[in-house]
Design a protein around this ligand. Structure first.
Ligand code: PFF
Length: 462
């Protein structure tokens, strides 16, 4: 089935389940498990969760459907799909999104490497982590204490897994991998959540999450929820478009989109119920910084009976989530090169692996090594996130993703035409809530994205 060059048939998902698990695999990632719990905590528990669900149900689902529609109608990589539907115009939207995916993957794979190191760390040397969580984290990044090799080797192993999966193709690689990894992820998440909510002292965290604190409802909180929903659903990066191009015309896009968005949201909420009660029970400050998952959680596992095993299981969960998301981020750029320039899939994937590593390693090293050399380290405040990482995240999350998503909505809503696009979405002639979808794609989604863009750029929100 796997073939995409010239006139040969395009790769397709072998089954609906494979398609759902692969796309859910893209959506469920570090964003759900690492970022969502802290945001839910800061956003007033259930108040944030309710706002988030509403955003996913209306905006998130609408944009995901629009992306799927472009992919399935185009039957090509994102750049070519936009160009084909836009009669020669709009290819830049796909290209921009692919560049965004490449940049995000360069640092996503570094964090994937850190997670791998922590699985080993909790199994082999949990005492060292507990003794000095910050030192262990910085050491892993190459500053001191630990051999610098771990800063390089683990991201390489992570990237190698991504490259290996992509080389094997859509059905044999991505789909098969998702069918193995995703059930494992759900199982682990259930076990860890049950453990967390039954810890002595977890009730306080549970009631914090369940009681909506509406005093936290603000413009900023809604912006944070919007940004989180886009990131979590993998929108604005042409990934959903790419995966949509492998979907057969028989599949019901509305139903599948609803399932994928629900799965992603359920995982995020469960992750909040896993992290927040445990953090409350152990008296740890549920901080939000990027180092939270690596530094603050050490205290939780230290106090927990068999904490090192639960620690290893937690990082395994993060690893599974990160791997399937990283795989999706690489498929789009690879498909583009294979289809546009006739490149060999294997060679182009390996080249991407090397380029991603070369760019990403600056991210890891800039977290600790360079700062400690006195370049970006603020002695008074301890660990600060340095310019390189900040710059990359700013560029992608605040600028490129919203611009890509805005362009997508305007393209589908106005250039392609929402009613024409809705014909791609309908199944057996039916498309429930078609009118609402059209209003969303033409007016409400573009407006909301403009607000995110301005909020993110001017006010530094989201
Ligand atoms: N959705 C992933 C997460 O929540 O971590 C991140 C991501 C993957 C974003 C793939 C975008 C993407 F195309």
């Amino acid at each position: 089935m796997e073939k995409s060059k010239g006139t040969q048939p395009r790769a397709q998902w072998a089954s609906s389940l494979g398609f759902i698990l692969a796309t859910a695999g893209s959506a469920v990632g570090l964003g759900n498990i690492w970022k969502f719990p802290g945001k839910a905590y800061e956003g007033g528990g259930a108040a944030f969760i309710i706002v988030y669900i509403l955003i996913v149900a209306f905006l998130g689902m609408s944009i995901m459907l629009a992306e799927f529609a472009v992919g399935r109608r185009g039957q090509k990589n994102p750049a070519a799909a936009f160009e084909k539907i836009g009669h020669g115009r709009g290819g830049w939207i796909g290209k921009l999104s692919l560049i965004t995916a490449f940049i995000i993957l360069s640092y996503y794979s570094q964090v994937g490497g850190w997670v791998l190191k922590y699985i080993e760390g909790y199994l082999m040397e949990s005492g060292t982590i507990y003794a000095d969580p910050t030192g262990y984290f910085l050491g892993m990044l190459g500053s001191s204490g630990m051999p610098w090799q771990s800063a390089v080797i683990y991201p390489v192993i992570f990237l190698a897994m991504v490259v290996f999966t992509i080389i094997r193709g859509v059905e044999e690689g991505i789909e098969r991998m998702s069918k193995i990894l995703m059930p494992g992820l759900f199982l682990l998440l259930i076990v860890l959540t049950v453990r967390a909510v039954t810890l002595p002292g977890a009730a306080e965290g549970l009631s914090y999450l369940l009681r909506p604190d509406w005093s936290k409802l603000s413009f900023q909180m809604v912006l944070v929820a919007l940004g989180q929903a886009f990131y979590s659903l993998s929108l604005g990066m042409a990934i959903i478009t790419t995966y949509g191009s492998y979907v057969s015309r028989r599949e019901n896009l509305v139903k599948h989109t609803a399932i994928i968005c629900s799965l992603d949201t359920v995982v995020a909420i469960m992750a909040a119920f896993m992290v927040i009660p445990a953090v409350f029970a152990m008296g740890v400050q549920p901080g939000m910084g990027g180092s939270f998952a690596f530094i603050s959680l050490a205290e939780v596992f230290r106090q927990m009976p068999m904490g090192n095993l639960f620690g290893a299981a937690f990082y395994l969960l993060l690893f599974l989530a990160a791997l399937t998301s990283a795989i999706s981020l690489l498929e789009g750029p690879v498909a583009y090169f294979v289809e546009t320039f006739g490149c060999d899939r294997k060679k182009v994937t390996c080249c991407f692996g090397i380029a991603l590593f070369a760019l990403g390693i600056f991210y890891t090293l800039s977290q600790a090594y360079l700062p400690l050399k006195g370049i970006w380290f603020d002695g008074a405040n301890g660990l600060i996130f340095p310019p390189f990482g900040d710059f990359m995240e700013f560029l992608t999350d605040r600028l490129m993703v919203p611009v890509g998503a805005l362009a997508l909505c305007l393209f589908v809503g106005w250039r392609w035409g929402a009613s024409e696009a809705s014909r791609e979405i309908e199944h057996n002639g039916r498309f429930p809530l078609r009118a609402i979808w059209i209003a969303m794609v033409k007016f409400i989604a573009p407006l909301s994205i403009v607000v995110i863009l301005i909020g993110g750029l001017v006010f530094g929100l989201a």
